[in-house]
Design a protein around this ligand. Structure first.
Ligand code: M6R
Length: 607
């Protein structure tokens, strides 16, 4: 949450910072601001609201300079406002600070600064850093930033500029991401690669407890505790800028849904073969532990958690091994039964989700091997787990996760097949599963081209206050994802329920016309599901039936979505596509921006 960017070089910095903020805006859009150094002065411009408002503001201001920092905010401490926007100044306006994260001990620091006569102009935790820099300045910017950082507790990625050393940016990282892009005559820092890929494809990743000093000609990393220089491994960005652009679509979310057929290929390439053989060389280092594992824990948040729920059905069914799926924010605090005989699988698109990272660390404390199913290469989760299976889905910018979910489902299928192969579990229908996985690309492409019917259904639900999603078995897990998608971008209350649970309470909310998205792809329980749908229909519910029964007619359904019939483990990849499109079109009809839903941010780096 919050995006930060900093540049020092020879070019005019304002446009570089604003472009960087535009690409990082998905991390938070409550306010945005820049600080530019010019003639031994720092100029700060900051505005509540989207980056576009800041861009308008900069048009009427002089922001000449070649070194600066910028921030786009997801509010934690203090409401969205101009005052609470970053960068923050100290009283004498010779330091400017941007911060992503939460400084947990800010109240005691603030109290001591107020005692010392410092006046605060915002309600944020971050502003303490600016005043600490002024109070503790010892004539050396690096030493001062280091001493200040050592007083802070919590999570932070901080960047500081100062008139004392005008072409320098000092950065510190503890828990929240920071990437340093390295180039000739210019260096750049950012919360993630999308903001630096325009300038360089060489970067290093600052790890916890590390600092970096950037000047136009050099960037050096240091250990925060010792203050000693450290050598960082230089890495290369292997995707191009066009992948992080909208490419003709109105929204990133629509583009990312449309890309899903390609994403399917990328997730399967080199991992699954026609005869059902699977290869996951990524897991070689923990293969013995996987062969002997007693239990598997699938831990994640949000959409990634929903993928984990599907994974539980598949792995338990295939391997007859117990799988526990939980949300990371609960799991990390509930003292789970987790030993070295278990395997933890953390699932995360961003690889930076704070709670998921904490679950990973808990498993490491307990000596349990950890597999990460991650999209963002070199993210914190990717780096800290024992083995990582990358989704290879390319950057996902829309706050509502779509293509990453599909990739997660595929990787979980591959993981299940891999576990079966190394544990000598015979999979009777292996060739069918493999064939269906490999046919997904063309099936998804066809489904994506038939979105007219979904637009019509969106018209039917757009004015309702509530919408329910029901299903049984794997369908019940996909129903959760359908409901999350709809609520997060359309702001219609959406609730998913296992269909058999309806009459234990939720049915009371069904009235004439209430939209009920009913998933019916699980053949073994289709009779039961049929009865549940009839019960809802009898109470006036408007049935939007999503089924793989090619014979289905509109007799049961008020609206009908028919998807191809394939193996049940693979079906969620197809059944979720109409649900993603439904949420997208409903949001559009209601006039919402699906890429930037209110109150949310893409990368949840605070707990
Ligand atoms: O990056 P992660 O996969 O760890 O993110 C987890 C959730 O924050 C994320 O899936 C969130 O629920 C999405 N907004 C859902 O569309």
């Amino acid at each position: 949450m919050c995006g930060i960017v900093g540049y020092t070089g020879k070019k005019q910095v304002d446009q570089i910072l604003l472009d960087g903020l535009k690409t990082l805006e998905y991390r938070g859009y409550d306010s945005a601001g820049i600080a530019v150094l010019d003639n031994n002065k720092i100029k700060i411009i900051k505005k509540e609201g989207r980056v576009d408002r800041l861009i308008e503001e900069t048009k009427i201001s002089d922001t000449t300079g070649t070194c600066g920092i910028a921030h786009t905010r997801w509010a934690t401490h203090g409401k969205p406002s101009d005052e609470n926007s970053h960068p923050h100044f100290n009283h004498s306006k010779n330091f400017a600070v941007i911060h992503n994260g939460i400084i947990e001990n800010y109240q005691s620091i603030k109290a001591s600064l107020i005692d010392d006569g410092y006046i605060f102009s915002s309600e944020t935790d971050s502003e303490v850093v600016a005043h600490l820099l002024e109070r503790d300045f010892d004539g050396d910017l690096f030493n001062t930033v280091r001493n200040v950082a050592m007083q802070l507790e919590g999570a932070y990625a901080i960047a500081v500029v100062s008139t004392h050393e005008p072409d320098k940016i000092i950065a510190v990282r503890q828990e929240t991401p920071m990437i340093i892009g390295v180039s000739q005559g210019e260096n750049i820092l950012a919360s993630d690669l999308s903001a630096i890929v325009n300038h360089t494809n060489t970067f290093y990743r600052l790890d916890n407890g590390e600092m970096a000093v950037l000047t136009p000609s050099d960037t050096t990393a240091y250990n925060l505790d010792t203050g000693k220089r450290i050598v960082k491994e230089m890495l290369t960005i292997d995707w191009d800028i066009s992948q992080a652009k909208r490419g003709g679509y109105d929204h990133f979310m629509r583009k990312e849904i449309a890309e899903q057929h390609e994403v399917i290929e990328n997730a399967l390439r080199g991992r699954l073969f026609d005869d059902g053989q699977v290869r996951l060389t990524e897991l070689e280092n923990i293969k013995d532990k996987l062969i002997n594992a007693r239990r598997i824990h699938l831990i994640a948040c949000g959409t990634s958690y929903h993928a984990g729920l599907v994974g539980k059905y598949i792995i338990e069914d295939l391997l007859r091994i117990s799988v526990e799926t939980d949300v990371a924010s609960e799991y990390r605090y509930r003292n789970p039964i987790l030993t070295e005989e278990d395997v933890l699988v953390v699932i995360s698109q961003s690889g930076e989700t704070a709670d998921t990272l904490a679950a990973l660390r808990l498993a490491k404390e307990r000596n349990a091997p950890v597999i990460g199913i991650v999209n963002s290469v070199n993210s914190s989760i990717a780096v800290e787990c024992d083995s990582v299976i990358y989704l290879n889905a390319g950057p996902e910018i829309g706050v509502a996760s779509t293509k990453a979910y599909i990739s997660q489902l595929l990787v979980l299928n591959i993981l299940a097949l891999y576990l079966a192969s190394i544990r000598d579990v015979k999979v009777e229908d292996i060739t069918e599963i493999a064939k269906d996985l490999l046919s997904l690309n063309s099936l998804a492409k066809k489904l994506l081209s038939e979105d007219v019917v979904i637009k019509e259904i969106a018209e039917h639900i757009k004015d309702h206050n509530s919408c329910f999603f029901i299903g049984r078995l794997i369908d019940s897990a996909v129903a959760l994802e359908g409901a999350l998608k709809l609520k997060e971008i359309s702001y219609i209350h959406a609730e998913a329920k296992e269909a058999g649970e309806l009459k234990h309470g939720t049915l009371a909310l069904v009235e004439k016309g209430t939209p009920i998205v009913s998933l019916m792809t699980e053949v073994s329980v289709s009779d039961k599901m049929y009865s549940n749908i009839m019960e809802v229909k009898a109470r006036g519910g408007h049935i939007i039936l999503l089924t793989n029964d090619q014979e289905a007619t509109s007799e049961l359904a008020d609206d009908l979505i028919v998807i191809p019939k394939i193996h049940r483990y693979v079906t969620p990849v197809l059944s979720v596509i109409p649900l993603q499109l439904l949420s997208y079109y409903t949001a559009i009809i209601r006039g919402n921006d699906p890429d930037k839903p209110r109150n949310l941010a893409k990368s949840v780096t605070v707990e």
